[in-house]
Design a protein around this ligand. Structure first.
Ligand code: ADP
Ligand code: ZN
Length: 661
């Protein structure tokens, strides 16, 4: 008698996406098919790699397939993450594998045993919202209840209570289920924000950013895929995490340039947050005192809803902004603080209050020059001057990090000790303050000094306990801090951000200056801002003095519309770089020659990039401009596929570019 043979198992073909910068889907064999999103370990070349099962798209391969090594049958990316990978890849033109890496940054986490941190809860402290705030929070909660995708601009001056409004909305998520993500531009500086969250909710949120210790990343990722994390607070990279049930996304300071990632996958975290919200029918809140032009336009066209908090919470008044017309002031050589600002500083300190001086330039002097031959000291790897940092007794390249000792002999003319520091950085302003206010206790707030979270905390603590009279710093202190005694802000160079080739220069300056100004007089004391400028008639300056955002945006919009620039048109930048200038130039020209004939898009360039030499590579740029209703990606794809780019040349595609160097 024959016993029937056990059924022969036909190995299934499994498509797998791997975290490598390729669009290729790889195929493996397994004894059964697996649902898309499942985490697997596979052999790849000479090593093993983690990947996720991808939907079957290719025609069957005839090659014998290698088997999967491990199937993590309980670890599966949600469908929305898979959709998001595809969407972001299509939009940014970065390979899907590279985006997978952001969605599953530490897949090895799932092979580790991890004791997960217990959540310690205290009792939450819920404030009584003002009428404006309650109304705003109700609108957002209604959107959450409706389970449909909606985007809101939550607009209000600094101190108007926007944070409390979205906290209330997060509370609703905690009560009703689902997950919330809060994106902040910069987490290292958000200690105060995190403390506030903890006081409000009685527990600390899970935090996510790229400098997190790997153990903490592992734990968070594991807990997230288990559905155990209701709220994540993080920088732009947190957006890609595999949330199972993301219902609310908040982008704080939505106008902030640090949402744009400039390396690897080049994307705008603010824009991708809106996309992510759409994919899971979530509510997206963009909060800002000075919304970006892009967002304003989306409000005007009805794409976004608008919620406005019109007064400062508790009725605190906005600071007085005064321009100091530097054309009319004779400063002693090598000084930058005008007499009116000196007087205001002295008076502020006499009243027992605090002041802040703002200059967006780290170090002592932006360049040093040989007085004998006029040569400046340049970075050997970049077309940039080296910046003098006196505290470290070094010259530094702010783009590539190159450092060297200050030379004593000029390599060009061989003269000795002829170097002069040209222009001020914050360290030099610090020195200048000591000359006229020697008793003032000053602190430098820049990334060179505040190098660890502890140093940042200590510094903020010292400001609160009034152990510091004058803060001198860069943009890092423009963000989100409340210092009740701070009543004077002095802006050393109100014009600096207006220079340069950036189409958003005016907008960024307006936002930054407005934000810096918002630091002053946040409680019951009225603050003042003194802004030193050589362009007092510039529309930006008059708008700042009047704090008239509408006027500023009207002028700025007109300019953009005139040139077909964003938000009225679309841009895509191509940056080519390589070790040999002629070779890069040749490919840039060839690309331009092959640009398809179309009335839908304009090609600008090629030109050498403003930073034509960076980290040892020569750089050329091309810029494609299209109408707003014409997506450039298909055109770019077609165009780029028609030109062979040798491996020695790196091509970066930057959709919706924010930087133009
Ligand atoms: P924004 O986010 O618009 O800058 P915040 O939400 O940070 O404003 O509010 C500014 C200040 O006012 C904070 O110190 C905050 O604690 C306080 N505040 C705002 N709303 C309330 C409220 N309803 N009750 C008590 N304090 C509030
Ligand atoms: Zn350099």
């Amino acid at each position: 008698m024959n016993t029937p043979l056990p059924p022969v198992k036909m190995p299934a073909r499994v498509s797998v996406l791997l975290p490598v910068p390729l669009n290729t889907i790889f195929e493996y064999a397994n004894d059964q098919a697996l649902p898309p999103g499942t985490l697997v370990k596979v052999p790849f070349g000479s090593r093993n790699m983690y990947g996720v099962v991808w939907e079957d798209t290719s025609s069957p391969s005839l090659k014998p397939l290698k088997p999967l090594l491990t199937v993590f049958s309980t670890i599966r990316l949600p469908e929305v993450s898979l959709k998001f990978i595809k969407w972001v890849s299509d939009y940014t033109m970065a390979p899907q594998g590279q985006i997978l890496k952001m969605v599953l940054p530490t897949p090895e986490a799932f092979e580790k045993e991890g004791r997960d941190n217990a959540v310690i809860s205290k009792s939450p402290q819920k404030p009584q919202l003002s009428e404006d705030q309650s109304t705003a929070a109700e609108v957002l909660k209604d959107s959450l209840k409706a389970h449909t995708f909606q985007t809101f601009l939550l607009e209000g001056v600094t101190g108007s209570g926007k944070t409390e409004v979205y906290f209330e909305t997060i509370d609703f998520i905690l009560e009703t289920g689902g997950q919330a993500l809060v994106m902040l531009p910069e987490i290292a500086l958000s200690a105060q924000w995190l403390q506030r969250f903890e006081a409000r909710f009685g527990f600390a949120p899970a935090v996510w950013h790229s400098n997190l210790p790997s153990r903490q990343r592992d734990t968070t990722l594991r807990n997230l895929l288990r559905g155990d994390i209701p709220v994540i607070v993080g920088t732009r990279s947190a957006l890609f995490l595999p949330f199972l049930d993301l219902k609310l996304l908040i982008v704080d300071e939505e106008h902030d340039g640090s949402y744009k990632q400039e390396e690897g996958v080049i994307y705008n975290g603010r824009d991708m947050a809106v996309v992510r919200a759409r994919l899971s029918q979530a509510t997206c809140v963009l909060a800002s005192a000075t919304p970006s032009l892009e967002t304003e336009i989306n409000v005007l066209s009805g794409k976004y809803h608008h919620i406005h908090l019109s007064t400062r919470y508790g009725g605190a008044s906005l600071p007085d902004v005064k321009l100091v017309d530097m054309r009319k002031i004779k400063l002693a050589t090598q000084t930058w603080i005008s007499p009116p600002l000196q007087t205001a500083l002295a008076e502020t300190l006499e009243r027992g209050e605090q002041a802040m001086l703002f200059l967006n330039r780290r170090g002592y002097a932006p360049l040093i020059l040989c007085r004998s031959c006029g040569e400046r000291v340049m970075c050997p790897h970049c077309s940039l001057s080296l910046v003098q940092h006196k505290s470290q007794d070094k010259l530094l390249c702010h783009h590539c990090g190159y450092t060297r000792a200050q030379p004593t002999t000029c390599p060009t003319c061989q003269e000795e000790n002829t170097y002069s520091a040209i222009g001020p950085g914050v360290e030099r302003i610090y020195e200048e303050v000591q000359t006229f206010l020697p008793q003032a206790r000053c602190a430098l707030l820049t990334s060179d000094y505040l190098t660890t979270p502890k140093k940042i905390r200590d510094c903020i603590e010292k400001i609160h306990t009034h152990e510091i009279d004058i803060l001198i710093g860069t943009q890092i202190m423009a963000k989100g801090h409340h210092f009740p005694l701070l009543t004077l802000v002095g802006i050393i160079d109100g014009d600096s951000a207006l220079a340069g080739s950036d189409l958003r220069a005016s907008e960024k300056s307006f936002q930054l200056l407005h934000q810096v100004a918002g630091r002053s007089g946040r409680e019951d004391r009225r603050g003042q801002v003194l802004l030193q400028t050589y362009l007092p008639e510039h529309p930006l300056m008059t708008a700042l003095v009047r704090q008239d955002k509408a006027q500023f945006f009207a002028i700025e919009s007109e300019q953009r519309l005139l040139h077909g620039f964003p938000p009225y048109g679309r841009l895509a930048a191509l940056i080519l770089s390589g070790k040999k200038n002629e070779e890069v130039q040749k490919i840039a020209r060839l690309l331009a020659k092959n640009f398809p004939l179309t009335d839908k898009a304009d090609l600008l360039g090629p030109t050498p990039a403003p930073l034509s030499y960076l980290r040892g590579r020569y750089r050329w740029r091309l810029l494609v401009k299209t109408a707003k209703d014409f997506l450039p990606q298909p055109l770019l794809k077609h165009w780029l596929s028609g030109t062979r780019i040798p491996p020695s040349i790196k091509l970066q595609v930057d959709i919706d570019p924010y930087s133009f160097f």
